[in-house]
Design a protein. Structure first.
Length: 200
């Protein structure tokens, strides 16, 4: 210290990467220091465990209202009159609907096609409308249990009236999926999508 410099020594040689002879072997053989290798291994094990949990369906699903918000976000093309939205994609229908409801709609569409007729549900079943333009969506959870939930979507349908659409969801394949839809219209009429399909 005669020249005014102060030298700090690392007491734990293992953490400093010190090796006998004054040489840091990890710095010269291309390997990361031991501590970094341990951290990398821990990260890989965590990622693997999350992947396994997702495959087993043990990861907690999104909240049921988040599913409905995602539904309307995916349905934006129809809402904005720029495309078909969710109903135009089998992948999206399978994502948001239960297997049973998806099959019910698909069977109805196939039967109607054979008859040369339009399907029972024309337009968008999530808006109860054949036209877009709905706005001011208000989403709220009505009830939720371990494997069932009800979510209310209230929106301005045509600029003159609002409509309530109640989604009954079930926990299926690790995610909340729509198993029925109930419509409560401004004129006082009310029915569910299953009633409409089975009543044809």
């Amino acid at each position: 210290m005669a020249d005014g410099r102060v030298f700090f020594r690392t007491r734990d040689r293992r953490l400093s990467g010190y090796q006998p002879g004054g040489r840091d072997r990890s710095a010269h053989d291309g390997r990361a220091p031991p501590m970094l290798r341990k951290l990398a291994l821990a990260a890989l094990l965590l990622a693997a465990s999350l992947t396994c949990a997702q495959a087993a369906g043990t990861v907690a699903p999104d909240a049921p209202d988040a599913t409905i918000r995602a539904l309307y976000a995916a349905d934006a093309p129809f809402i904005n009159n720029t495309g078909q939205g969710v109903t135009g994609s089998k992948k999206l229908m399978a994502r948001f609907l239960s297997k049973a409801l998806d099959k019910l709609l698909d069977d109805d569409a196939k039967a109607a096609d054979k008859r040369g007729e339009p399907p029972t549900i024309e337009g968008d079943p999530f808006l109860d409308s054949q036209e877009g333009g709905s706005k001011d969506f208000k989403i709220s959870v009505l009830s939720v249990s371990a494997d069932k939930a009800q979510v209310l979507a209230n929106f301005d349908k045509d600029g003159a009236s609002r409509e309530d659409v109640t989604f009954s969801l079930i926990l299926e394949r690790g995610q909340w999926r729509i198993d029925d839809i109930a419509y409560t219209r401004a004129d006082g009429s009310a029915e569910t999508i299953r009633e409409i399909l089975k009543g044809k």
